[in-house]
Design a protein around this ligand. Structure first.
Ligand code: GRF
Length: 186
């Protein structure tokens, strides 16, 4: 199974997924798709010799040449790992049930448009939640809406800041995302 990872940021999840499937007999990361020139994930792709595809809004939302490129590259499965644009219908129709996303909160709470990165953790802390976590879900045409296939939770400490909570959430993501992808592809 050939995976493409879509990411917009530092790429810590992409790194864990690439390393997890490095010597895997059946599953490999073949492409990194990014929408942010200079994003950290592009350096991680270079480090591992993985091709990258940089897309601007025009190409992603109005064109679908990249969908043909994914198909030509025999990409079987798409992983969204901190990709900040909503996936258009063209990509969902080309990969039905084969796109998965990770969200840094316990959906259906703290999901939806504008709910990403530190905004999520700020809201969780502001609401005095005692628990947060991660959600891995299949992607449909609505933000953070598709079928949840995995969740793991962690405590929210009284003295947590968005940064300290984000760190605890990243640890959960790095521990679970790749094994969940492996299960989905088995
Ligand atoms: N959607 C969210 O964006 C963050 C990406 O982090 P990284 O993988 O780029 O380090 C992760 O926390 C993910 O849940």
């Amino acid at each position: 199974k050939r995976i493409a990872i879509f990411a917009s940021g530092a790429g810590s999840n992409a790194r864990k997924i690439i390393e997890h499937f490095n010597h895997h007999p059946r599953i490999s990361v073949e492409l990194i798709v990014c929408n942010k020139p200079g994003a950290g994930v592009l350096n991680i792709a270079d480090e591992h010799g993985i091709p990258t595809l940089l897309l601007d809004k025009e190409q992603f939302f109005r064109g679908n040449a990249y969908v043909d490129e994914l198909k030509a590259d025999e990409i079987d499965f798409i992983v969204l790992a901190g990709f900040l644009w909503k996936v258009p219908a063209a990509l969902i129709q080309a990969y039905p049930g084969k796109i998965v996303n990770i969200h840094p909160a316990l959906l259906p709470n703290y999901g939806g448009k504008g709910m990403y990165g530190h905004f999520v953790h700020e809201a969780v802390i502001a609401n005095k939640e005692t628990e947060s976590g991660i959600s891995i879900h299949l992607v449909d045409e609505l933000y953070d809406h598709g079928k949840v296939v995995f969740q793991a939770s962690c405590e929210v400490k009284a003295d947590d800041t968005p940064e300290t909570l984000a760190q605890r959430i990243h640890e959960l993501e790095h521990k679970h995302f790749a094994p969940v992808i492996e299960t989905l592809l088995s």
